[in-house]
Design a protein around this ligand. Structure first.
Ligand SMILES: CCCCCCCC(=O)SCCNC(=O)CCNC(=O)[C@H](O)C(C)(C)COP(=O)(O)OP(=O)(O)OC[C@H]1O[C@@H](n2cnc3c(N)ncnc32)[C@H](O)[C@@H]1OP(=O)(O)O
Length: 213
């Protein structure tokens, strides 16, 4: 795995050199939030065909306007509190990624990674409930943060999931993850998503392995 590790380090170092302008990030986060609303309306809007065509054309023009300024690299690889990487383009936590819910993660004094969030229609699997792959993505990422906070970061080598009951859409959920064991290069992390009634809807055990350099 020498190649993958070295490649990741190169990308990380390149991104770390960037100055992150917080004012600009706030503006972009606002743009991303508006695009998320738009994405939901693509599914839900009752607009007629002519209106849909007109809106599509307007969006093409807006996209061309942003593209005209050119493309840079993702403003991302800052290490935040508790050693958690702040990835503004992450599909889970990225404020600037319109596919991300996005989920804010904090690390407790005991090393537990925690988050509270509500998942809307864009994350639906079974009607009215969260897609199992979305739950897996959230638990994978949260567990990775817990491994990092434990001082033993790594790549997900395995994610063993148990879906206990359907995870509801549109209501406040929470999730937590904690490193429970380290064995050489392997870190084992337990995690769960908790529904509004306080019961776990999904539980996972993940193993993270630090690639050999
Ligand atoms: C802070 C940001 C959080 C972000 C979280 C997001 C996490 C991600 O999405 S990571 C992306 C998804 N994961 C990947 O792409 C990983 C792809 N796989 C790899 O790169 C490699 O297989 C890697 C690095 C995991 C392990 O490779 P390698 O170092 O060659 O491991 P390998 O030598 O085979 O195994 C090392 C040990 O782990 C064990 N092991 C391997 N896989 C597993 C597993 N799934 N479960 C338990 N043990 C395992 C082996 O048996 C071996 O044990 P021992 O040392 O006791 O003999």
């Amino acid at each position: 795995m020498t190649g993958a590790w070295a490649a990741m380090q190169r990308v990380f170092e390149e991104r770390e050199r960037q100055e992150i302008d917080e004012g600009r990030v706030a503006r972009l986060a606002e743009l991303a939030a508006r695009v998320r609303e738009l994405s939901e309306l693509v599914i839900l809007s009752q607009a007629d065909e002519m209106e849909i065509a007109a809106v599509t054309r307007e969006i093409e023009l807006l996209t061309a306007r942003l593209a005209a300024a050119g493309r840079g690299i993702p403003p991302s690889a800052e290490v935040g509190d508790g050693g958690v990487v702040r990835q503004l383009g992450s599909p889970v936590t990225g404020l600037l990624n319109t596919l991300a819910p996005p989920i804010e993660i904090r690390i407790g004094d005991d090393g537990t990674a925690r988050s509270e969030f509500t998942l809307g229609l864009l994350y639906e699997g079974p009607p009215g409930f969260v897609h199992g792959g979305v739950s897996a993505m959230i638990l994978d990422h949260l567990s990775g943060c817990a491994a990092s906070a434990n001082g033993t970061p790594g790549m997900t080598a395995g994610l063993d999931l148990r879906y206990r009951r359907p995870t509801p859409l549109g209501v406040p959920l929470s999730a937590e993850a904690k490193a429970v064991r380290v064995d050489g290069r392997k870190t084992f992390v337990d995690s769960r998503i908790i529904g509004p009634d306080g019961r776990a809807t999904a539980e996972a055990t993940a193993v993270f392995i630090m690639p050999t350099r």
